[in-house]
Each structure stands twice: as C-alpha cells, then as structure tokens.
Unconditional design. Structure first.
Length: 114
C-alpha cells in the first residue's frame, strides 16, 4: 500500500450512508475560519449477507467542513439524509473512524418535510 518513498498509495475509501440525523454539535470554526460541524447519523436497513436478509442498525459519527457544515447546522434531528465521504481516524490519539462527509443529499418526503 506504500509507494517507494513510504507515502500511502492511492486506494479506495468511499462510504455512502443514509439515515436520520440523530444529533449534531454546535457549528464551530477552524483557526482559519472554516465552518466545521460534527454530527451522528442513525441508519436502519435490511441488507443481504450470504443470500440471507439481515436487519442493520448502526450509528455513524460524521464531520462536515465548509459551506455544507453551515447548511447542516439548520437541519433538525430526525431529518433524513444521504451522505457520502471517506473514513479516517478521529485523531492521532483516537483511532476510531469518523465519516468525513463530502456531499449531503436531503431526502424529500420524510415525516419532517425537508
């Protein structure tokens, strides 16, 4: 996975997830003034695994940066979203993954009327 100078070679890291906005933190800014928002997405679905249906329930911690962070700051918990981005460690000390969201799609026609 590394090229000759010990830097990681390009590999696939793409995650897409739909669910309901469970909670979101306060909109904050980096020292450079860029908006940042952390949130969690609650996902429920039925997936096929080895030709057997499986109920899936999970929560994913996410972070969004820039203009999409400002947009998401106005969304209410319970609203339905589709997000895509990449997984990375939360920090050098906390290695649990967090989804860095690049795109957000608001799902129309849910009970909250987005």
């Amino acid at each position: 996975m590394f090229d000759g100078d010990q830097t990681p070679a390009l590999s696939i890291n793409l995650t897409q997830l739909s669910g309901r906005l469970q909670e979101r933190g306060a909109l904050r800014r980096t020292p450079a003034g860029i908006p940042v928002l952390e949130f969690s997405l609650a996902h429920e679905s039925i997936q096929m695994e080895s030709e057997v249906e499986r109920k899936v329930h999970c929560e994913m911690n996410c972070v969004v940066i820039g203009s999409q962070a400002q947009l998401l700051a106005t969304v209410k918990p319970g609203d339905e979203l589709k997000v895509s981005g990449f997984l990375a460690a939360r920090s050098l000390k906390r290695r649990m993954p967090i989804l860095h969201v690049n795109t957000i799609e608001f799902v129309e026609g849910n009970k909250n009327g987005i």
